[in-house]
Design a protein around this ligand. Structure first.
Ligand code: FES
Length: 168
C-alpha cells in the first residue's frame, strides 16, 4: 500500500515535470513568434513612413559662356545630347539632339545648314523643324537661361515652345 502511494506520488511529480517542460517550450516558441511578428510589422511601418523617392541627377546643366558661341553657330553638346544654337541675330535657343523618330543622336551638317539623323535619314532645319524623313515631329526645344556669370543654363526638364529664344 505504502509502495503504491509512493509510486503514485512519483508519477504525479513526473507528470508535473513534463507539463512544466511543455509549458516552457510553448512559452519560448510563442514568445519567439510574437517577437518575429513585431519586428516584421516595425520594418513594414518604417518602409511605409519613409518617402518613396527616386533621386535622379538634375536635368539642368551649364552649357558654357555666351562668348563661346559665335553668331550663326550650332554646337552639339555630346554629353548632354543638346544643340546650342546661336542665330545670326545673336539670340540663343537649345534643341534636343535626340531624334524624335527612334531616339538616335542627330548631327549638325554645317555645309548643308541642316541637322541630320544618321539612322533613318530624318532632316531638320536650324530651328529643329522636320524637313524630311520619318521623324514625326520637330526637335524638342529646352529652356535656356543666363546666370549671373553669363553662363548659359539649359534645363532639359523644361520644354518650351518653338518661338522661345534667349536674347543676350
Ligand atoms: S532615329 Fe532618327 S530617323 Fe530614325
Amino acid at each position: 500500500m505504502e509502495n503504491s502511494k509512493l509510486m503514485d506520488q512519483e508519477e504525479h511529480q513526473q507528470e508535473e515535470t513534463n507539463l512544466l517542460t511543455r509549458r516552457y517550450f510553448l512559452e519560448i516558441v510563442g514568445g519567439g513568434a510574437i517577437g518575429v511578428a513585431a519586428v516584421g510589422s516595425m520594418v513594414l511601418t518604417a518602409q511605409f513612413l519613409s518617402p518613396n523617392v527616386l533621386l535622379e541627377p538634375s536635368l539642368k546643366f551649364k552649357a558654357g559662356s555666351v562668348e563661346n558661341f559665335p553668331p550663326a553657330s550650332v554646337t552639339l553638346n555630346k554629353e548632354q545630347k543638346v544643340f546650342i544654337v546661336r542665330a545670326r541675330e545673336g539670340y540663343f535657343y537649345a534643341l534636343s539632339a535626340v531624334c524624335p523618330h527612334l531616339g538616335c543622336i542627330a548631327n549638325w551638317k554645317g555645309e548643308e545648314g541642316i541637322i541630320a539623323c544618321p539612322c533613318h535619314g530624318s532632316k531638320f532645319d536650324q530651328e529643329g523643324r522636320v524637313l524630311g524623313g520619318p521623324a514625326p515631329r520637330s526637335l524638342v526645344r529646352f529652356s535656356l537661361l543666363l546666370d549671373e556669370q553669363k553662363q548659359l543654363i539649359v534645363d532639359k526638364g523644361l520644354v518650351v515652345g518653338e518661338d522661345v529664344i534667349l536674347k543676350v
